[in-house]
Design a protein around this ligand. Structure first.
Ligand SMILES: Cc1ncc(COP(=O)(O)O)c(C=O)c1O
Length: 385
């Protein structure tokens, strides 16, 4: 490492606002005591507002997003219940693996990469098998940039009286998500993406209906059992409302980033992310890229995945952006390796200025490869986008 800072436009972690980062450098505080307990509860209350989850039981677990996913899935199906996992990408496939670690009864509903999860197919699958107790799915599939129609999928789950367990790692904070209103069972996320905070904390929320199921489920975990976290919250709530040491510097950062998210306003924020994502798609399309998401209405506001033009190697575009612009973007996963780029635009980089400079870089990269790209070709496509 030579200490060079590359701007992070990978699909997470994302570029940090310096004020949020500075919170991590404050003198370390203890993770217990009455002031700390108040601070923890206040941060949980902010998280509930960001999730629109006033009815939910929310914990801020120290760990990556996967810890929250394991806590949600393990807590609900960990005693061997039947769970249906519907997947349309790398992170949906990961959910399958996690589910299988907790129960032998995992039913798959696979949808091709690039297409959205289908409420009708979910309905049919749930009709076929009334023993399914939960559905697990990814909201924003980070491998394809598809934002799955969560509201409609959750509605199907509700009709069948089945809990909807959601991986919202790359959507929360940047894409519309209404926990209470949409009747979600559990939501798991991470701090390093739309929540604009460094990696290391994993928020997880359970609806009252999901919590009833958690209480009746024999836990297979200790640290990652929601029941352990609830017990500490109940018994030690006034001074140490979680089972273990907490990364207190990260909690400072999260408190500030959540406060700022709420100050911006959730709807304004979702609209900002959508505007920027649309502009990026228009600009890249003007350069011959094509969206991995099969339809515009399913393209994510937080992560964009685009196939490169015929004959253009994704790695070459990525290298040019890194070396010449100091910007890191992601590459394709699975069958898209070498054939697609993935750009994270969340928080501070979900700004038109960032998109304009990225598009300028991609234009330059293509010209260097001998492609016939006129100056401003991508930028002109932004007019009216
Ligand atoms: C949709 C989705 N799920 C899960 C994860 C895993 O998150 P973590 O690495 O924080 O465990 C990611 C990370 O990129 C993701 O995008």
């Amino acid at each position: 490492m030579d200490g060079t800072h590359y701007k992070l436009m990978i699909p997470g972690p994302i570029e940090m606002d310096p004020a949020v980062l500075a919170e991590m450098g404050k003198p370390l505080r203890a993770h217990y005591g009455p002031e700390w307990a108040r601070f923890y509860h206040e941060t949980v209350a902010l998280m509930k507002r960001v999730m629109l989850a006033e009815r939910a039981r929310v914990f801020l677990v120290a760990g990556p997003g996967t810890a929250a996913i394991e806590m949600a899935l393990g807590g609900i199906v960990g005693d061997g219940k039947k769970v249906l996992v519907t997947t349309n990408g790398f992170f949906g496939d990961r959910l399958v693996q996690i589910a299988r670690a907790y129960t032998p009864h995992v039913i798959l509903l696979e949808i091709p990469w690039g297409e959205p999860l289908d409420p009708q197919q979910l309905d049919d699958a749930l009709k076929r098998d009334p023993e399914i107790r939960a559905v697990a799915l990814v909201h924003c599939e980070t491998s394809t940039g598809v934002l799955n129609p969560l509201k409609e999928l959750a509605e199907v789950c509700r009709r069948h009286d089945v809990l909807c367990v959601v991986d919202a790692v790359s959507s929360l904070g940047g894409a519309e998500l209404r926990f209470d209103e949409w009747g979600l069972g559990a939501v798991a996320s991470a701090t390093q993406k739309g929540l604009e905070c460094p990696p290391g904390l994993a928020p997880v929320a359970f609806s009252p209906e999901a919590w009833e199921v958690v209480e009746g489920t024999r836990a297979q975990q200790w640290y990652l059992s929601p029941k352990t976290w609830a017990r500490y919250e109940e018994e030690w709530g006034e001074w140490h409302p979680h089972p273990t040491t907490m990364p207190s510097g990260l909690m400072n950062a999260l408190h500030l980033s959540l406060t700022r998210i709420l100050e911006e306003g959730l709807e304004a924020r979702w609209a900002r992310h959508e505007r920027v994502a649309r502009a990026l798609r228009r600009g890249l399309e003007a350069l011959g890229f094509s969206s991995v998401a099969c339809e515009e209405r399913f393209a994510s506001p937080t992560v964009t995945a685009m196939r490169t033009p015929e004959g253009v190697e994704a790695g070459a575009v990525m290298r040019f952006l890194k070396d010449e612009l100091g910007v890191l973007i992601g590459g394709g996963l699975g069958a898209l390796k070498g054939k697609a780029i993935r750009v994270g635009h969340m928080g501070p980089t979900a700004r038109m200025g960032e998109i304009v400079s990225l598009l300028y870089g991609v234009e330059e990269a293509l010209r260097k490869m001998g492609r016939d790209v006129g100056p401003g070709q991508a930028l002109r496509a932004l007019n009216g986008s």
